[in-house]
Structures are given as structure tokens and as C-alpha cells.
Ligand binder design. Structure first.
Ligand code: GBH
Length: 494
């Protein structure tokens, strides 16, 4: 050990970040760098890989009464007693509405190439439809100008769950008119921002707002509807996506359109042909009413059969809109869904017809601070790979990946989040594995830049690589921020 102890590894032991200059110059051009990565075993990403970070409007902005913003379902829900941890609301959150310049300086310091943010619909159309509110869009223009000055490429999500309350009062996603209202808002906003933004995502995680918002009631608007009603509003949500794609293309020719969906990240229990085949089937079936219907323009036979009389009503024209071709695909990947092949002993009709089995987590299974966030770095290898195999996606972004930790500020004023750092390092290693095999992942957005309002978990579960003191709004980089900065500098892990 001592004999191989280089000055560089000593510096690393001391906690210094090995900068680009410390990496031996092994090649000059892009092709050389690529060769070097493959032949030296170094974990480098292709040149131009887009390293980013992501946030969402209600989770960071605050300023909920400012400049004519309308009320949203999250204002209502978070102010309803008993709905969120500690009664926490997004009234102030990270006060990013006022502190965006400071936050963009932090992004620049990290070396971010790109930033994914979302627009609050109720800032642009306070009532969801009708007259636009120019002051609302002005905020995004100011933010985007600052971002572009910093040399950071914006990726914009048009709906990250903050539905205008006026629309919920008319049934929300249960009302087909909401899909149309969304398309109108999306087209209008993309048209206004397209001079500055070239990549638009219609929605974030349709699965989450449908299931948590309308089925188990854990998120706004907090409803627990029956299976039939949920299937129908799920249909209107994916229809809203499809109508928005059409509206954005009409209003902003030349921009790229996609969405950010949290696929059920089907992951084979181990790498054998039978388990991989099972996981591929699971990727398609477990996402049947979300990414699968969007990518194939039809619900799977099994999905419709299982729902029977509760299946959604739809027309061929609607299915065509839902299945409209996209320019890129965003996938949010957190926890794996472990899948195995069937055994001859698996006799249940359900298992036989689907051709795979979901393996439940043993009680000893490790997770991050959020109990749902079970650890499985392989998910970041298999999810993009299997999705690409099924749907030939061509341009994929990991639009979210990250972790919660029980962060503590040390007396010296730092946060040593070794668990989050370990999580990121292992997930990125698996992402590298896929990219080096040719899975077309073009960028990665770490969730999240800052600790922020974690929905029903309030401010308790921190996902940031920067610690936020919510009393003073002071931002402090955690160990994970230093780690991520070094990844960006090196364009890789080794
Ligand atoms: C993403 O959701 C969101 O896009 C983002 O806004 C959020 O802050 C981030 O991840 C971190 O959570 O409490 O047991 O009912 C991730 C997908 C789906 C994870 C719903 C939490 C609730 C599990 N989420 N899930 S539970």
C-alpha cells in the first residue's frame, strides 16, 4: 500500500477535490478521450455529457402571493391540518423567487451544464385559464436570463403538480377540460419562453400525481377515488400530455418536447437471460398507463383486461394524441423494482399471463432517510436500458436521481453526507455502465440542488446537495456537492 501511495491519492485522502488538472493527460481529442475511457477502465462519460440538477416550482420558489400568482392545490392541501409533516407549507420554501441569482451562482460554481426547473401554471394563468398574468412569466424571464448569462442550459417542466385550485374546483384531472386547459397553458408558455428554452417537458411523474393525489390521498388534492375514476383521470392526464405536445409544437416550432416520468424501474434480480426478459416485460406492464401508453399509443391488453369494467373510455383520436412521437425521454430513477423470472412452481394465473414476478423487499432491505427510497444502484443501469430496448428512445435524460439523508450541520459548519455521496457514486457508476454500452443517455439531473419542500414530508426529508437553513435561507454545500463538482470537472468518476 505504502509503495503505491501517490501524491494524488494523498491529496484525496485529505479531502481535496482532484481537479481536471490532476487527471493525467492521456489524450487530446474527443475520440482519444473516448478510447482512453474504454481502454484505461476509467469511468469517464462521453464528451458533452450534460451534468445538471433539478428543482420544482412549489418546492423552491415560495412567494406564493407575489405578482399575481393564483392559488394552487398544493397551497390548499399544505394548509389543511394533518396533511403534511409538521403542517409544513411551501409558502416560503427556499425563497428562490427572490434568491434565484444566488442559486444560479451556486450552480455556476458547481460547474453545472444544465438546470431543470418547472413553471408554476398559476403564475402564468392564475385561474388556470383565461387572461395570462405577464408578471408571472417575467419571473421566469429574469431567471432564464441569469441562467443563460451563467452559460447554463435550461430544461423546462411545465407541470410539476401545482394545479391551479380553480381547475380542481371544477374536478381537476377528473375533468377532461383540464387536459385542454393544460395544453393551452403549455403552448402559450412554451411560445413565450422558446427564445430561451430549447427543451420542454410537459409533465413530471404522471404516475405520482395520479396515484398519490387521487388514489391514496397522500398528495394534493388528497382524494381517494375508486379504481374506475382513477383510470379515467389517468387517461385525461396522459391525454393532457399529448394535447400539450401538439400545442407546444404549434406555438414553438423547433423546440424539443418530452416529459419526465418516474418509470417503475424494473430491475432483474440478477443478470441472466430469463430474469432480464422478465424485467423487460415488467418495464412495459408496470408502466402500462403511463410511459407505455405514451410510447405505444395504446394501453396494453393486460392492463385493459385487468381493469375490466373499470377500464378508461377513450377514442382513437385521443390515443393518437397520447402516442405522439417525442424528441427525448426524461426518466426519474430512485428505487429499483426487483423482478424475477417465473419458476415452474409459479402456478397463479396472474403471474402466468404477465410472465414475471415482483420480488418484495425483505424487512432488512436498506433504504435512505425516506423509507420508500430503497437502494439499488443497478436501477440506473437497467431502467434506461430496458426502456430504450422497448421503445427505441434515442435521446434519454435522467431527469431526477438523488437521495434523502438525516443531514446534520457540524459545529465547523459543514454537512458530511457520506450516505448520499455513496448513493450517488454507486448510481452514477451504474449509469456509466449503461452509457458505455451505448444506451443513449445524454444527461443527468441530480435531485436536488437545494434542500427543499419535500411535499407531504415537509422540510423533514432533505434531498439537497446544498444544506438550507430554512430560518436564515443560508445555503451550505454538503460533502455531496463537493463530490458532484468533482464528477463534473472530471466528466466521470475515476
Ligand atoms: C420525485 O418523486 C419528485 O419529482 C420530486 O418532486 C421529489 O421531491 C423527489 O422525487 C424526491 O421525493 O411516501 O411511501 O407513499 C419521486 C417519486 C413517488 C417518491 C411517491 C415518493 C411516495 C412513497 N415519489 N413516493 S410513500
Amino acid at each position: 500500500m505504502n509503495s503505491t501511495f501517490s501524491r494524488r491519492s494523498f491529496a484525496q485522502l485529505l479531502g481535496a477535490t482532484a481537479g481536471a488538472a490532476a487527471i493525467p493527460a492521456l489524450g487530446t481529442g474527443a475520440a482519444d478521450a473516448q478510447m482512453t475511457a474504454q481502454t484505461s477502465g476509467g469511468l469517464h462519460f462521453p464528451q458533452g455529457f450534460l451534468w445538471g440538477s433539478a428543482t420544482a416550482s412549489y418546492q423552491v420558489e415560495g412567494a406564493v402571493h407575489e405578482d399575481g400568482r393564483g392559488q394552487t392545490i398544493w397551497d390548499t392541501f399544505s394548509h389543511t391540518p394533518g396533511k403534511t409533516h409538521n403542517g409544513d407549507t411551501g409558502d416560503v420554501a427556499d425563497d428562490h423567487y427572490h434568491l434565484y441569482k444566488e442559486d444560479i451562482a451556486i450552480m455556476k460554481g458547481l460547474g453545472l451544464k444544465t438546470y431543470r426547473f418547472s413553471v408554476a401554471w398559476a403564475r402564468v394563468f392564475p385561474e388556470g385559464t383565461g387572461a395570462p398574468n405577464p408578471k408571472g412569466l417575467d419571473f421566469y424571464h429574469r431567471m432564464l436570463d441569469t441562467l443563460l448569462d451563467a452559460g447554463i442550459e435550461p430544461y423546462c417542466t411545465l407541470y410539476h403538480w401545482d394545479l391551479p385550485q380553480t381547475l380542481q374546483d371544477k374536478g381537476g384531472w377528473e375533468n377532461r377540460d383540464t387536459a385542454k386547459a393544460f395544453a393551452d397553458y403549455a403552448g402559450y408558455t412554451a411560445g413565450k419562453l422558446s427564445g430561451k428554452v430549447k427543451h420542454f417537458m410537459t409533465m413530471n411523474e404522471i404516475r405520482t400525481f395520479v396515484e398519490l393525489g387521487y388514489s391514496n390521498g397522500m398528495h394534493a388534492p388528497g382524494l381517494k377515488l375508486n379504481e374506475k375514476r382513477v383510470a379515467q383521470l389517468n387517461h385525461y392526464a396522459v391525454l393532457g400530455h399529448g394535447m400539450a405536445v401538439q400545442a407546444i409544437r404549434a406555438a414553438a416550432p423547433g423546440v424539443k418536447v418530452g416529459l419526465a416520468e418516474n418509470v417503475a424501474a424494473a430491475t432483474p434480480v440478477f443478470d441472466s437471460p430469463a430474469h432480464v426478459e422478465a424485467a423487460t416485460k415488467a418495464m412495459r406492464e408496470e408502466n402500462a398507463s403511463y410511459l407505455t401508453v405514451i410510447r405505444e399509443g395504446k394501453y396494453t391488453d393486460l392492463y385493459l383486461k385487468r381493469l375490466g369494467a373499470n377500464a378508461p373510455k377513450f377514442t382513437p383520436e385521443e390515443m393518437k394524441l397520447i402516442g405522439a412521437p417525442l424528441d427525448f425521454q426524461g426518466i426519474n430513477v430512485y428505487q429499483p423494482l426487483w423482478i424475477r423470472a417465473l419458476n415452474p412452481e409459479d402456478s397463479s394465473e396472474t403471474l402466468r399471463e404477465q410472465g414475471y414476478a415482483i420480488v418484495p423487499d425483505p424487512s432488512s432491505y436498506p433504504h435512505m432517510f425516506s423509507p420508500w427510497l430503497t437502494i439499488g444502484p443497478e436501477a440506473l443501469y437497467w431502467a434506461p436500458k430496458l426502456a430504450n430496448q422497448l421503445w427505441d428512445l434515442k435521446e434519454i435524460y435522467i431527469t431526477e436521481n438523488g437521495a434523502s439523508s438525516a443531514d446534520v450541520m457540524t459545529p465547523e459548519g459543514t454537512v458530511l453526507d457520506i450516505d448520499r455521496t455513496m448513493f450517488l457514486r454507486n448510481y452514477l457508476t451504474q449509469l456509466h455502465r449503461g452509457v458505455s454500452e451505448g444506451v443513449p443517455v445524454k444527461g443527468y439531473f441530480l435531485w436536488s440542488l437545494l434542500d427543499n419542500y419535500e411535499w407531504a414530508d415537509g422540510y423533514e426529508k432533505r434531498f439537497g446537495i446544498h444544506y438550507v437553513d430554512f430560518k436564515t435561507q443560508k445555503r451550505t454545500p454538503k460533502l455531496s456537492a463537493h463530490f458532484y463538482k468533482s464528477v463534473i470537472e472530471k466528466n466521470g468518476l475515476a
